[in-house]
Design a protein around this ligand. Structure first.
Ligand SMILES: NC(=O)c1ccc[n+]([C@@H]2O[C@H](COP(=O)([O-])OP(=O)(O)OC[C@H]3O[C@@H](n4cnc5c(N)ncnc54)[C@H](OP(=O)(O)O)[C@@H]3O)[C@@H](O)[C@H]2O)c1
Length: 428
């Protein structure tokens, strides 16, 4: 073996931090033989150093500066979360030439470009594999394995909480509130689930993926976002009858020199590989020009799955530090602009509550036609007060569909536009 050692300091010792220390200890022999050096756990910063921890560490501190300023620390692992003070601490570590591994999607999706530039200026490494889809390797495949290809589109189930809720709604017929309550009881959803159910968490991850895949500067705020709180048990039942399942998807696509980025619930054909991703699992479906379709599937969260990605980055960074190799800034290119949502071309599912009278369908169809939205299929359901029309359109401009909806709401035969959802994974 070897007697070279590198010291890893941690900012945060919660769910992910605990997993990181466990892996660094339990897999120490394999890591040492792969790396040709030993990784040791140095100082660990927490909010409350008095609290008894599941795993003991030699040095717990409430002062994160003791980690980033410690000259004995070679690599800083940031697993505390939030933008501040994580950002300032990472900046301080990078400025002193320390390399940084982070799992913080919120941070990377907002100031990742600035941090990557700072790392570059200081010849330090900044890695963030765990920031997107936890344990699933997707950053390195996009950045390295697919560097010779051209990614066309990414469709991702990027949030385990919402996928768990939608799976329960689909398989048990329960409504959103009941599925959320069960997810919270079982620990799949936070007490405050807002960032998950409103799509913000998935939007951060999608911004990172889109930036890498399309060599662009895309931040979380660029991503169009609609969450799952409006998805009803009725939508799910209708989708099933038409051969679809409903998933919260993050979609990034590039065409004609710009990029579309959006997170929203979508009808996915039952035969599509993403349709079978159940419960809290994540998956990223990548369509690339030369290789064709790829799917990356696994645990998008959890202590050890996420720690697997963090420690993988730590080993990678350690190799770089030991070899003296100059790091490559993966967030340097700012090529394409973001295309407004209304200019994206999408297929739609529209559910209308309608009057049960002759000529309704003709009026509805001509309203779609007025805005160049062509209808692919129509189902008519129920009678009297419960009469409904379900329509699936061909791909149309999002803006044209929104204008169609405005006009449909003005038709006397349309009582309500009960639901509108995009359809993905089928028609190009
Ligand atoms: N959990 C997952 O499955 C998962 C998956 C992928 C990515 N991530 C990301 O990983 C990061 C960590 O998540 P987590 O679930 O491990 O969080 P967590 O369980 O809440 O742990 C946060 C840790 O950071 C410490 N901390 C927070 N603010 C601090 C401050 N100002 N000064 C010193 N210590 C501070 C906390 O100290 P105390 O222990 O004293 O409270 C705690 O140890 C987040 O960016 C998250 O988005 C998490």
């Amino acid at each position: 073996m070897t007697n070279r050692t590198l010291t890893v300091g941690l900012l945060g010792f919660g769910t992910v931090g605990t997993g990181v220390v466990r892996l660094l200890r339990e897999h120490a022999d394999e890591i040492a033989s792969r790396l040709g050096a030993t990784l040791i756990v140095g100082p660990v910063a927490v909010r409350d150093p008095q609290r008894v921890r599941d795993i003991p560490v030699a040095r717990l501190t409430s002062d994160p500066a003791e980690v980033v300023d410690d000259p004995g620390v070679d690599i800083v692992v940031e697993v505390m979360g939030g933008v501040d003070p994580a950002r300032t601490l990472i900046e301080r570590a990078l400025k002193s030439g320390k390399s940084v591994v982070t799992a913080n999607k919120e941070l990377v999706a907002t100031v990742g470009f600035e941090l990557a530039d700072l790392a570059d200026e200081n010849h330090a490494w900044l890695e963030y594999e765990a920031a997107v889809a936890g344990g699933i390797p997707i950053i390195k495949p996009l950045r390295e394995s697919l560097a010779g290809d051209r990614v066309r589109r990414i469709l991702g189930i990027l949030n385990g909480t919402t996928n768990y809720i939608l799976t329960k709604m689909t398989e048990e017929g329960v409504d959103f509130a009941e599925a959320l309550a069960e997810a919270q009881r079982l620990g799949f959803a936070e007490a405050d689930p807002a960032a998950d159910v409103d799509g913000a968490d998935a939007a951060s991850k999608l911004a990172i993926l889109a930036s890498l895949a399309f060599d662009s500067r895309i931040v979380a705020g660029d991503v169009f976002r609609d969450g799952i709180t409006g998805v009803t048990a009725t939508d799910i039942a209708h989708a099933r009858r038409m051969g679809y399942v409903i998933k919260l998807l993050g979609i990034a696509e590039s065409s004609n020199g710009d990029v579309g980025v959006r997170v929203h619930p979508a009808l996915v054909p039952r035969e599509h590989p993403l349709a079978s991703v159940r419960e809290s699992f994540n998956a990223i479906f990548v369509e690339a020009e030369a290789v064709g379709d790829l799917m990356f599937y696994g645990r998008g969260a959890g202590s050890l799955p996420t720690a697997s990605a963090v420690v993988g980055d730590v080993v990678d960074v350690a190799r770089g530090v030991l070899s003296g190799e100059r790091p490559v800034n993966s967030l340097r290119r700012h090529g394409k602009t973001v295309r407004p949502m209304e200019d994206l071309t999408v297929q739609f599912y529209v559910l209308l509550d309608v009057a049960d009278e002759a000529g309704v369908l003709a009026g509805v169809a001509s309203t779609f036609g007025d805005h160049d939205v062509s209808i692919k299929s129509v189902w008519q359901e129920g009678h009297g007060d419960s009469a409904q029309l379900l329509l699936i359109t061909h791909a149309a401009r999002d803006g044209d569909l929104q204008r169609t909806l405005q006009d449909l709401r003005r038709l006397s035969s349309v009582r309500d536009v009960a639901s509108v959802m995009r359809v993905e994974g089928g028609e190009a």
